[in-house]
Every structure is written in C-alpha cells, then in structure tokens.
Ligand binder design. Structure first.
Ligand code: C2E
Ligand code: MG
Ligand code: MG
Ligand code: MG
Length: 284
C-alpha cells in the first residue's frame, strides 16, 4: 500500500530487496526508541454527516516524526511494528492518547464527538486488550460510548476467534467499526453475527466511482447491505463533490476525506468543528 502513490515510477528507482530489508530493520530499531522519545503524535480526521452538516466523529491517525526518517507513514511503520511486540506498546499509546484527548475536549465542554482508534490485528487478538482498554478508560475518565474501535475486515477471517474478541470488547460499552470494508473477502453470512456498529467503505471503491462503473455498483451494494443489516455506514477517502453527491444519492450520509478535511493536529480540531458546525462550509 505504501507504494500506491508511486504511479509509473521508473523501475531503476525501486529500492533493491536488500535496501528494503535494511530500511525495515532500521525502522524497527528506531521504533523502539520512538515512544520514550515522544516522537508519535495523533492527528484527527473529521467525519461529517452531510445531511446535518455536522462533524459527528473523529478518526485518530498516528504520525511518527522520526529524526532519522522524517515523517514516516503508518502504512509503512505499523506493519513493521506488527511483526514485533512493539505494536502492543504503540497501540496502547494511541488508545491512551486518543482517550485522554477526547476526555479533555469533553471536560472543557468544547464538543462531544466520538473518537475512532485503529486496532492492529495482533492487538485485536490480544487476550489482554480488554483489560488494557478498561484501565485506560478509568485512567482518562473517557466515556466508553465515545470510543470507536476500528478493525479491518481482513482481521475477521477466523470467524469464531473474531466473534469472541468482538464480544469481549463490546462488553466494555465501546463501539466497533469495520474499516476498509469490501477489500477483505469476509463472509457475508457471518457479517450479521458480528456485534459491530458500522462499516467503512474502503476508499479504493470511492476513488473508482467515476471511471469504473463496477466500483459504483459495489459502493451501492455495500450501502444497501449495511442498511438492511442495520449498520451505520461511512465512506472513506471522499475527495470530490461528485463522489459526495453520488454517495449521498445512494443513501450514505456520513463521509470522511480530503474534500472536508485532511487529518488535523489536535489543537486545530476545536476550531474546525466550531466553524464547520456553524455553517462555515459553503462548499455545499
Ligand atoms: P485507515 O484506518 O483506513 O485510515 C485512512 C487513511 O486514509 C489515512 O491514512 C488517512 O489519512 C487517509 N485519507 C483520509 N482521507 C483521504 C482522502 O480523501 N484521500 C486519500 N487518498 N487518503 C485519505 P494514514 O493516516 O496514512 O493511515 C494509513 C493506515 O495506517 C490507516 O488506514 C490505518 O490502517 C493505519 N493506522 C493509522 N493510525 C493507526 C494507529 O493508531 N494504529 C494502527 N494500528 N493503525 C493505524
Ligand atoms: Mg481506520
Ligand atoms: Mg480505511
Ligand atoms: Mg486502510
């Protein structure tokens, strides 16, 4: 995924296999020090209800400002962390930071908007995750109803294991969203058994709406399936007015994407929400 933006890059600029391995090793090495050096930060991307024109959610997205690599994408370093125990530390940091921030915004009486945190596969299947989240909720004073855990569809391939992990997490009173939906070949027969709250349509389908009729059909099918399963639906990666109009017309009212806002630094979030909700969004 990290290479998607690369387009038709000349072959000879591709890093060699050796260079790729080297980079991975160095990333892992530096990740170990990154937490204590406070090199991680969360950005927050607004989620918009286009029917009411309000910000109804925020997705937290981790950023790593590494002295060695500069800004490095989570699409690159999360998979590296996932191959070691580091993912537990990073994942726990992200959960605590998001809950802490949200609780603070609520205390300040600024706004009451749920916050989504991405879970990695190892975290999701960690027997200690539930306890960990419970402790973080207590410690930060975060109301569990405002916490949305995002898992990806591909993490639910082992249906029985996924079911029991989901049930255990849901017993905390948190919400669960299935991210990147449509890319993971999950069994539709089991989808209705999963105690999840919402589906996020993967951005690859949203991107293809204009030029690939098949993508438009897939998007429509996912939206109507979500409706019949009583799941909330949200579209990711909305970048154009055309996509917005199409999605709205198909019955998907909640959207997230660069059209509305890039992920924002925490200190810019209150202003964005205040302005947006006040109607400072003439783009419609
Ligand atoms: P995701 O959870 O599917 O997040 C959506 C990604 O799409 C984010 O990339 C976001 O910045 C980007 N995005 C949002 N709107 C648009 C748009 O309109 N157009 C385009 N092209 N992209 C858009 P980001 O922040 O680079 O994160 C990539 C992935 O890394 C995330 O995908 C998620 O799987 C993972 N990730 C991010 N933060 C965390 C974290 O705290 N923990 C874990 N385990 N994974 C994380
Ligand atoms: Mg996500
Ligand atoms: Mg996604
Ligand atoms: Mg993704």
């Amino acid at each position: 995924k990290a290479k998607e933006g690369g387009g038709n890059r000349c072959q000879s600029f591709e890093p060699s296999f050796h260079e790729q391995i080297q980079r991975r090793i160095t990333i892992e090495h530096n990740l170990r020090k990154a937490i204590e050096r406070k090199e991680f930060v969360l950005h927050y991307q607004p989620q918009i209800d286009t029917r009411t024109n309000r910000v109804i959610g925020l997705e937290s997205l981790i950023r790593w400002e590494s002295p060695e690599f500069g800004r490095i994408s989570p699409a690159e370093f999360i998979p590296v962390a996932e191959e070691s125990e580091l993912i537990y530390l990073i994942g726990e940091w992200a959960l605590r930071e998001a809950c802490h921030q949200n609780a603070r915004w609520q205390e300040e009486g600024r706004f009451h908007v749920p916050i989504a945190v991405n879970l990695s596969s190892r975290q999701f299947y960690d027997q200690k995750l539930k306890e960990g989240i419970e402790a973080i909720l207590t410690e930060t004073g975060m109301d569990p109803q405002y916490l949305v855990l995002e898992i990806t569809e591909s993490m639910t391939m082992h249906v029985q294991k996924a079911l029991s992990a989901l049930r255990s997490l849901k017993s905390l009173g948190v919400h669960v969203a299935m991210d990147d939906f449509g890319t993971g070949y999950s069994s539709l027969a089991y989808l209705k058994e999963f105690p999840i709250d919402k589906l996020k349509i993967d951005q690859s389908f949203v991107k293809g709406i204009r030029h690939h009729p098949a993508n438009a059909s897939i998007v429509s099918a996912i939206i109507s399936m979500a409706a019949s399963l009583n799941l909330e639906i949200i579209a990711e990666g909305v970048e154009t007015m055309e996509q917005l109009v199409f999605l709205g017309g198909q019955g998907c009212g909640v959207m997230q994407g660069y059209w509305f806002s890039h992920p924002l630094e925490a200190n810019r979030v209150p202003d964005f929400i205040a302005k947006f909700n006040a109607g400072g969004n003439e783009w419609l």
